[in-house]
Design a protein around this ligand. Structure first.
Ligand SMILES: Cc1cc2nc3c(=O)[nH]c(=O)nc-3n(C[C@H](O)[C@H](O)[C@H](O)COP(=O)(O)O)c2cc1C
Length: 352
């Protein structure tokens, strides 16, 4: 059966994936209020289509941080792709079909091997570790392997209370390793509730804005800040020389009750005022959602869970088909909404 919607990948993956891994991937923090709210915004957004516009050619491409993306859709950083497919991030990178991929600090494959299989630009996502020597080495390895940006995730000084994982006693199986981190950094991960324990032991909770300069000094790569949800922090990010912002609540996995990313997007875009690109993630499940995000001021979007579903369901080709589907849906929406150029997808394309 061809997969005609992102949900079809979820249905296919659910059949194949262990139920505890499924909960780890699909679950959120606390009562999953933010997880549901992320999605609700897209379900209620309405488009104002224009008519009698030449839509014979719709240009979906996007220039971002010096690279031309085939569409405004990138792959969000998600840990341990090897939980979903034996080839893990190698398959994801190969299947990306030119789309940018953010590789998690907890990737299951070496950065250098992922770079060899990559079909689009790679960014490396970092959490701020107490071991700055490990961060330095990761940043330099990414630079040397040709990665195009570093992304610092700032919404997880601690790990959210993920009740599904706690009830399931979920632990990362011993054969799944974050191979880019050394054993001492990873020690606690394979115990029940190990992700939270590991973060408590190894993440640096004292980091503040003043520390960003150190991270920027490690390489000449652009720095992307992921997890911004307010105008105040967006302004501070720009003042501290951040090159792009991702408006995100970590797919509802961290602070439950945090504002849905799409609701925070307009105030962040207003505060940034064109000084750097603003991306958004959380709940994007259709090309129409990409259109809505751009109309709300995003330069591009990142996709999390659907990529993992497609990876489980079909490896590299599954990921490739998923991205083609999302891009085709986006292009189709552009045509039917009478906005054939991405720059023309402005606030006037939405109701209310
Ligand atoms: C299984 C899983 C693992 C994740 N791991 C990371 C991670 O290692 N680093 C990070 O910055 N965000 C991580 N995220 C958050 C994603 O980057 C992204 O913000 C979120 O998944 C977007 O929402 P969506 O899944 O609804 O598309 C993870 C999300 C999931 C579902």
């Amino acid at each position: 059966m061809p997969h005609l919607s992102v949900d079809d990948y979820a249905i296919a993956a659910r059949e194949l994936v262990d139920s505890k891994v499924w909960d780890f991937v699909c679950g959120g923090g606390g009562a999953e209020i933010t997880l549901a709210a992320n999605r609700h915004i897209f379900d209620t957004a309405m488009i104002r289509p224009r008519i009698l516009v030449d839509v014979s050619i719709c240009d979906t491409s996007r220039l971002l941080l010096g690279d031309r993306w085939p569409s405004p859709i990138g792959i969000a950083p998600t840990a341990y792709h090897t939980l979903l497919h034996p080839e893990g991030e190698l398959a994801t990178a190969q299947g990306a079909n030119g789309a940018p991929m953010v590789v998690s600090i907890f990737a299951g494959q070496p950065l250098e091997e992922i770079a060899k299989r990559a079909t689009g630009p790679l960014w490396l996502q970092l959490y701020w570790l107490q071991r700055r020597d490990v961060m330095t080495s990761l940043a330099k390895r990414a630079h040397d392997a040709g990665f195009r940006a570093l992304m610092l995730t700032v919404d997880a000084p601690r790990i959210g209370r993920r009740l599904r994982d706690m009830r399931n006693g979920f632990a990362i199986p011993p054969h799944i390793q974050a191979v880019n981190l050394d054993e001492t950094v990873m020690a606690a991960t394979h115990q029940p509730d190990g992700i939270a324990k590991h973060a408590a032991l190894t993440f640096d909770q004292r980091v503040t804005w003043a520390d960003l300069a150190w991270l920027k000094s490690l390489t000449d790569l652009p720095l992307v800040l992921k997890g911004v949800l307010t105008a105040e922090d967006a302004a501070l990010a720009v003042e501290h020389g951040v090159d792009a912002i991702v408006v995100s609540n970590h797919g509802g996995r961290q602070l439950d009750g945090a504002v849905p990313a799409m609701r925070a997007l307009p105030e962040v875009v207003a505060a940034v005022d064109g000084r750097c690109p603003v991306l958004v993630d959380g709940g994007i499940r259709h090309g129409r959602d990409v259109f809505v995000a751009l109309a709300s001021g995003a330069s591009a979007v990142l996709i999390g869970r659907p990529v993992l579903w497609a990876l489980a369901a079909g490896g590299a080709s599954g990921v490739g088909e998923l991205l083609s589907l999302l891009n085709a849906e986006f292009e189709h929406t552009m045509a039917l909404a009478g906005r054939p150029r991405a720059e023309e997808i402005t606030r006037s394309a939405l109701y209310g």
